[in-house]
Design a protein around this ligand. Structure first.
Ligand code: SF4
Length: 703
């Protein structure tokens, strides 16, 4: 029997599907897709439809604060008073001795907007350091830089409703069939209803998304910039560019044209490993379409040339004038449910709230004034990988990790282990002991999870949803905002005594007034009664903005979109060598989410891939003397992984693939893909290069 029901949003990916949560008379939760929700119209993917198992099973949950007085002692249960009392004393003493830049916070794209906002206010406004970064650095910081360089601000121009209006999709560096399944379902439906719709997929692997495509360009990893430029050249040669749009609404076209003509399509074909005819065909499909949408995710962003890949792809929307009109535009897909919300509140080391820039003196002054503090430091904070470098080198003494599992998700796991051991004080605030990171904590703080706290999130299409609290958190777990605000007050900071999350949202919303992300006319009452809204919502009765730049006025000083040239057309990743001849690219599988702390609890989600496997081409497998199913030992400069080999034609020769999810779940650190990955980052976006690590593969022989 159903007791009551409530509407909320899925806590996994950035698609942001609407969910109806029901409870039976025993207070057990079950979920179904919300048929009235504009995103998913009732559909849920395998992860979303099994969310109730995660909520109902609390066997892994952290129930009480735990602390250890020294590294030689085990952690023991303590009261919240003792836990946060110690945290504030340690932070005060470290800051007094080493200065504010000796502490840092590492947060998450799974945090709610209110949590993100408070953590940033606390760190940048009151602790006096910009050392706060997020695991979203690992998935979309290159896209943020690309948007800022091209449009003047971090702005996703389009909406899911444009999918039903487009007739050409270029999906590149993404496998939405597995990683954004409901979004991909909308693309499939569009194609089913209109067979003239064309789908192009660019990916070194023949993924399920590629299988559905009309054209798959199976490029060599890291050659994306060359490929996009070759498509640009062909568009020009065929006269399939929008000269009027270029002339009236862009800058930098002449230099771009010179660049794309510096490499012939034949040369590009050779560099990318893609047939010349397919490059031409892709360009012709794009150029002849009425509505062209490009979609991308980690394949572009997670690269040492992630910014270059982003601006080069965005140039294709500019050259064709395919932006600011129905069914067209570039669309970066966010991996996490609130990566976008984090960007709104300045949830990265180089950002300030409401899309203000940390390096802009006027912006720093405005934010400081709003928070009632003297100043915001002008010193850039440590980004995700820099933060752990600084811990290892001893520059950073204390780190507070909330809602993320860097021991599995950051590159070069062994370095992260060394960094955590070197830290003087590690706080881990999370919901589950399944996080490998908890093992390294001096202080563990139990946090409330999905349905156990209220707040808001923003999905990939700028859609803000309200998530209600529906059940009590187990044990003594508390909402993250409560934990941060309690800590802030113990540090002696004013401005953190909110009565509820709604007041935090109102404070953030008032900060957005008059900006390009204005939500000052939005509040919890409207979100609860009217549903979701896409920002900006700049007037009282405004229903939200589904598409940006319809007036062709961009956010640059002169209103024109900018063609940007990549710093190089080469991939600057370390190239294969005799010792490490294969390129490892990492990614996600259909039924698992991030480091499996939630989806790993659900038996039925393990049937698709019970264990991690190495995808390897038959030719490489032959050379490595591997048979299908035999144990492969994969080595890089940084470490070793052992998993079973899956020999498949779907991956290009010279490239191997590992999923990134497994950590402690299999009780073996030899399954952790990031044992192998390198620590190189994009120089501008600071996003790590998860898609290009040189490795060797051999058949494992038991000693
Ligand atoms: Fe949740 Fe994403 Fe699946 Fe939708 S597509 S149900 S948001 S995991």
């Amino acid at each position: 029997m159903v007791k009551n029901e409530v509407k909320t949003t899925c806590s996994y990916c950035g698609v942001g599907c609407g969910i109806i949560v029901k409870k039976d008379i025993n207070n057990k939760v079950f979920v179904e897709g919300d048929k009235e929700h504009p995103v998913n119209k009732g559909m849920l993917c395998s992860k979303g439809m099994n969310l109730h198992y995660v909520v109902n099973d609390i066997s892994d949950r952290i129930l009480y604060p735990e602390m250890r007085w020294s590294r030689s002692h085990p952690r023991e249960r303590v009261s919240w008073d003792d836990a946060l009392g110690r945290a504030s004393r340690v932070f005060k003493s470290i800051i007094k001795k080493y200065g504010p830049d000796s502490v840092g916070f590492y947060v998450s794209g799974q945090s709610l907007t209110e949590e993100y906002y408070i953590a940033n206010k606390l760190t940048k406004g009151f602790l006096g350091t910009n050392n706060i970064d997020t695991n979203s650095r690992l998935c979309m910081s290159s896209a943020v830089v690309g948007y800022k360089k091209t449009f003047g601000e971090d702005s996703v121009p389009i909406s899911y409703e444009d999918i039903e209006l487009a007739d050409c999709f270029l999906i590149t560096g993404a496998n939405p069939a597995w990683c954004h399944p409901i979004l991909f379902r909308r693309i499939e439906k569009r194609k089913e209803e209109n067979p003239n719709v064309k789908i192009i997929v660019i990916d070194p692997r023949k993924t399920d998304s590629a299988n559905f495509a009309d054209l798959h360009l199976q490029l060599l990893p890291g050659t994306d910039v060359v490929l996009y430029n070759a498509i640009g050249r062909r568009l020009f040669e065929r006269g399939l560019i929008d000269e009027k749009f270029i002339k009236n609404h862009t800058e930098g076209y002449a230099a771009y044209k010179d660049l794309i003509f510096s490499t012939s399509i034949k040369q590009a074909s050779k560099l990318c490993g893609v047939p010349e005819k397919d490059i031409k065909k892709a360009a012709d499909i794009i150029g002849l379409s009425k509505g062209f949408i490009s979609m991308w995710a980690m394949g572009l962003n997670q690269s040492v040339v992630g910014t270059d890949k982003n601006v080069s792809l965005l140039n294709l929307s500019l050259i064709t004038g395919q932006i600011g009109k129905p069914g067209s535009g570039p669309f970066s897909l966010t991996g996490q449910p609130n990566a976008m919300g984090g960007r709104e509140v300045g949830g990265m080391a180089n950002l300030l709230a409401v899309h203000k820039d940390l390096m802009n003196e006027e912006h720093r002054r405005e934010v400081a004034q709003f928070w009632g503090v003297d100043k915001i430091s002008d010193k850039p904070g440590y980004t995700a990988t820099e933060m752990f470098d600084a811990l290892e080198s001893g520059k950073l003494k204390a780190v507070w990790i909330a809602c993320t599992n860097p021991l599995v998700s950051l590159p070069n796991t062994h370095q992260i282990e060394r960094a955590m051991k070197k830290a003087k004080f590690v706080v881990v605030q999370d919901i589950s002991y399944k996080s490998d990171t908890v093992d390294y904590a001096d202080l563990v703080l139990p946090a409330a999870g999905w349905l156990e706290k209220e707040g808001t999130m923003t999905n990939s299409e700028r859609r803000i949803s309200y998530l209600p609290k529906e059940i009590d958190a187990p044990g003594e777990a508390r909402p993250d905002v409560e934990i941060f605000c309690d800590f802030a007050q113990r540090m002696g900071f004013r401005g953190f005594n909110y009565n509820n999350a709604s007041e935090i949202y109102d404070e953030y919303a008032s900060m957005t007034k008059g900006t390009n992300i204005d939500v000052s006319f939005l509040n919890y009452d409207r979100l609860k009664s009217e549903g979701t809204f896409q920002w900006p919502v700049p007037e009282h009765r405004h229903q939200g903005t589904s598409r940006l730049f319809e007036d062709k006025k961009f956010y640059t000083p002169n209103g024109k979109a900018q063609f940007n040239l990549p710093s190089t057309i080469k991939n600057t990743s370390v190239q294969p060598s005799e010792d490490f001849p294969l390129i490892l690219t990492t990614g996600r599988i259909r039924d698992q989410w991030h480091t499996m702390t939630k989806t790993g609890k659900v038996s039925r989600l393990k049937t698709h891939y019970p264990t991690p496997v190495l995808e390897i081409n038959p030719v490489d497998a032959y050379l490595c003397k591997l048979k299908d199913g035999s144990i492969a030992e994969i080595k890089s400069e940084n470490g070793v992984v052992r998993v079973r080999a899956k020999i498949t034609e779907t991956i290009k020769k010279g490239v191997v693939f590992l999923p990134m999810h497994w950590g402690k779940q299999l009780q073996s650190d030899l399954n952790r893909t990031n044992n192998l990955t390198n620590t190189h980052i994009d120089p501008t976006s600071k996003e790590p290069d998860f898609k290009f690590t040189c490795v060797s593969v051999t058949k494992y022989k038991k000693p």
